[in-house]
Design a protein around this ligand. Structure first.
Ligand code: G1P
Ligand code: ZN
Length: 543
């Protein structure tokens, strides 16, 4: 077999965003585009000769083709062994688990997460390092620089590898091992959670519905919930992964997971509902006629962590992304453990977890996880809830209400305006920033502005600084408005407005978040001049 060296023009647009390089499938299908990025990764990370890497994706359209290309390029770049998920599929948390379990040098994750798939949809690729987590910014920046300058890449001329059968195959001097990653992942879950207690819960007639949204978690959910925990077969829905996610938008929120939401708010609603996204790292938690805000879910898991075997000795600390509500901060204070505030994106949690400072972390964007892997983990979060429910034997709503009674409620909402022209989004951000000088001290309705800034973060472990991480308008009573532009989109701009107000009054806890945040939302709309600048009169998604 021969290694071919092929010319590439270099690409100027391969800058990884919040979570890897994401583009339309059509962009990835351009000649040399995928190869240019993959070679830039190999050149940047310098896989030691003979080392092992892990490879898998969420099964979306173009996954198989990309896996074959990357395998041949890995062989041509001196990689010793590649562990590939069967059929080329690995959920993002499962890939993180496999990298750690087999002490691989790193891995490539092929996914555009919750973005739609199919020939007209999105594709993505990201490099994860030895700890199983996304590469930090200094590596992603170096990959981007390399991608611009690259003029040739190496690829082995060889036939495609059989990816559907478990087994070991040779590709030039490299070994390809097709692995059953569902088993490795399910085994890890069984170590962390009390499967016997959850099994007893199901045996007592507890009903749940998990929506895999035709994405990667279907086979994992079948193995864990049905086979290992004995839940009835109809406890999972949309459990067959499809390359276009059945034409859906595999994002587990109230808008895109409406099929599940209708069931949980319907007459025959089960006690518990959950959904996960395209690559299995996000989660949405629902009770009967009840939605758990992701920020609250993180706080509640932290407050009840000792119910769970894997955390029974307590947690070292917690971390949340800046826009995530301060609910978990209150739990940390009560537990007398540190709480870190990081920029948006999972890559900022890795250092804290590696240093043993943080056990649990989460984001308002339906991401929660712990140091068992270095990615957010959808099914892990669902199992946390099942384990807590199995121990407490209360309803989801009762658990949340009891939490609010104890800690107060951080009322929270996020408004997304998708697909805006980039120029309008920039104009709006600029307009808000220009008001920063005179806002502090101003009374806006019942809120007085305390301070405004553009969030900047210094990593306490490696000293690296990340600036421009979102505009914050902080009020004197602790309420906040945060405004930032998405870093995961592939076209146009998505504006996110995050709103948070603290409500200590128990008699107001049952009220709807939109109702409680009405005034703050209006203040945000006035400050941003959103309607005048964008012409939009309502958000695309409300969480
Ligand atoms: C979004 C979320 C962020 C999450 C990321 C990857 O990024 O807001 O919390 O880490 O997806 O799942 P954004 O599009 O806001 O940059
Ligand atoms: Zn995802």
């Amino acid at each position: 077999m021969t290694i071919r060296t092929i010319s590439t023009p270099g690409f100027n647009d391969q800058k990884p965003g919040t979570s890897g390089l994401r583009k339309r499938v059509k962009v990835f299908q351009q000649p040399h585009y995928l190869e240019n990025f993959v070679q830039s990764v190999f050149d940047t990370v310098q896989v030691p000769a003979g080392a092992t890497i892990v490879l898998g994706g969420d099964g979306r359209f173009y996954n198989r083709e990309a896996i074959q290309v990357i395998l041949k390029m890995a062989a041509a770049n001196g990689v010793g062994r590649v562990l590939v998920g069967q059929a080329g599929i690995l959920s993002t948390p499962a890939e993180s688990c496999v990298i750690r379990k087999y002490q691989a040098f790193g891995g490539m994750v092929l996914s555009a997460s919750h973005n739609p798939g199919g020939p007209e949809g999105d594709f993505g690729i990201k490099f994860n390092i030895q700890n199983g987590g996304p590469a930090p910014e200094k590596i992603t920046e170096a990959i981007f620089e390399r991608a611009k300058q690259l003029r040739e890449y190496r690829i082995l001329e060889a036939a495609d590898i059989e990816l559907d059968q478990l087994g070991t195959y040779a590709l030039g001097d490299m070994q390809v091992e097709v692995i059953d990653a569902v088993r490795d992942y399910a085994d890890l879950m069984e170590e962390i959670f009390d499967f016997a207690a959850i099994k007893a819960l199901f045996a007592a007639g507890f009903r749940m519905k998990f929506d895999a949204m035709h994405a990667v978690t279907g086979p994992y959910a079948r193995e864990i919930f049905i086979r290992r925990l004995g839940a009835p077969a109809d406890s999972i829905m949309n459990a067959n992964p499809l390359p276009d996610f059945g034409g859906g938008h595999p994002d587990p929120n109230l808008t895109y997971a409406h099929e599940l939401v209708e069931i949980l708010y319907g007459a025959q609603a089960p006690e518990f509902g959950a959904a996960s996204d395209g690559d299995g790292d996000r989660n949405m938690i629902l009770g009967k006629h009840f939605f758990v805000t992701p920020s609250d879910s993180l706080a509640i898991i932290a407050a009840n962590a000792t119910c769970i075997r894997g955390y029974r000795d307590g947690i070292a600390g917690v971390a949340r992304s800046m826009p995530t509500s301060g609910a978990v901060d209150r739990v940390a204070k009560a537990l007398n453990i540190p709480c870190f505030e990081t920029p948006t994106g999972w890559k900022f949690f890795g250092n804290l977890m590696d240093a043993g400072k943080v056990t649990l972390c989460g984001e308002e964007s339906f991401g929660t996880s712990s140091s068992h892997v270095r990615e957010k983990d959808g099914l892990w979060a669902v199992l946390c809830w099942l384990n807590i429910l199995a121990v407490k034997r209360l309803s989801v709503e009762q658990i949340v209400m009891a939490h609010w009674r104890e800690f107060g409620r951080n009322v929270y909402s996020r408004l997304d305006y998708e697909d805006l022209p980039v120029s309008q989004a920039n104009q709006l951000m600029q307009h808000v920033t220009e008001q920063f000088a005179h806002l502090p001290g101003q009374q806006l309705g019942s809120y007085r502005v305390h301070a405004c800034d553009n969030f900047s973060y210094t990593d306490s472990i490696d000293g690296s600084v990340s600036r421009n991480q979102g505009l914050r308008i902080l009020f004197e009573d602790g309420s906040r408005i945060v405004i930032r532009l998405s870093g995961t989109g592939t076209e146009g701009a998505t504006l996110r407005i995050y709103l948070e107000a603290y409500e200590p009054d128990t008699s107001r806890h049952a009220l709807d978040a939109q109702e409680l945040l009405k005034e703050l939302i209006q203040i945000a709309l006035n400050l941003t001049q959103l309607q005048a600048i964008t012409g939009r009169d309502k958000p695309t998604v409300i969480t």
